[in-house]
Design a protein around this ligand. Structure first.
Ligand code: PLP
Length: 234
């Protein structure tokens, strides 16, 4: 299938992003092994927000299939076409979701990582029922209790998980967190893991370019990595 990109663009970036991706996969494996864990249990979510499709194509062509975006509109404009060109893509929503964008989100994303309030959970449940879908979802936990940050308060997490799972029948597969930028991330990863364990939840989406090795040490099943693959964003 023809790919509408400038050839030289592919060639330059192909080398860089795919090499970075391979390096990070190796670091994940090495790090996991050093803590007696299996690196194969850690999925790298390649975060392609702000990255033009032309620069994503080489990573897809190299065989990677799990990606993350943080905006619904941007995901639609890039991934409807990319998904036609490459089969088997698993696209994760990593950013805050407004209820008026739930229908679009459910149409383009395969996993929603940012379920963080009752209104959104209900809207997602309704939309998915309407479309006969039950996408895997993560509950986002605001482990740092930050005013400006999305996520359910850790003290309300158990009740919210129960609501999502038992009453709304959402397919809750994991928990997700973004630790405060200026803090040591370990306690946040440990807290997320503790909440997951007591609620019998398997997946932990935690760790980004700057702290994924710490996240792996604390049992991350999914690390979300953007700038270490594609370079710094503007
Ligand atoms: C942007 C973003 C990432 C990736 O951040 P990098 O530091 O570039 O790896 C991960 N998770 C979320 C929720 C993001 O918004």
């Amino acid at each position: 299938m023809p790919i509408t990109v400038k050839h030289h663009y592919i060639m330059t970036d192909n080398t860089l992003a795919t090499r970075n991706l391979a390096d990070i996969k190796k670091q994940i494996n090495d790090c996991a092994a050093s803590f007696g864990l299996n690196g194969a249990g850690v999925t790298l979510v390649c975060v392609s927000k702000t990255v033009e499709p032309e620069r994503i194509v080489p990573v897809l062509a190299g065989g990677h299939r799990v990606f993350g975006e943080n905006r619904v509109q941007e995901a639609l404009s890039k991934w409807v076409d990319l998904k036609k060109q490459f089969s088997g893509v698993e696209l994760h929503l990593l950013g805050p979701l407004q209820t008026n964008k739930v229908a679009h989100a459910v149409s383009v994303f395969d996993v929603i990582e940012t379920v963080d309030r009752e209104k959104l959970a209900r809207a997602l449940a309704r939309e998915m029922e309407k479309n006969n879908k039950n996408l895997p979802v993560y509950i986002q936990v605001n482990t740092g209790g930050e005013e400006q940050k999305a996520g359910i308060d850790p003290n309300e997490a158990d009740g919210f998980i129960a609501l999502c799972r038992d009453e709304l029948k959402l397919n809750v597969v994991g928990l997700m967190c973004i630790p405060p930028v200026d803090e040591e991330p370990s306690p946040h990863f440990a807290l997320l893991k503790k909440i997951a364990q007591r609620n019998n939840i398997k997946n932990l989406s935690m760790g980004m370019s700057g702290d994924f090795e710490t996240a792996v040490q604390f049992g991350a099943t999914h690390v979300r990595i953007g700038s270490a693959i594609f370079g710094a964003r503007n």
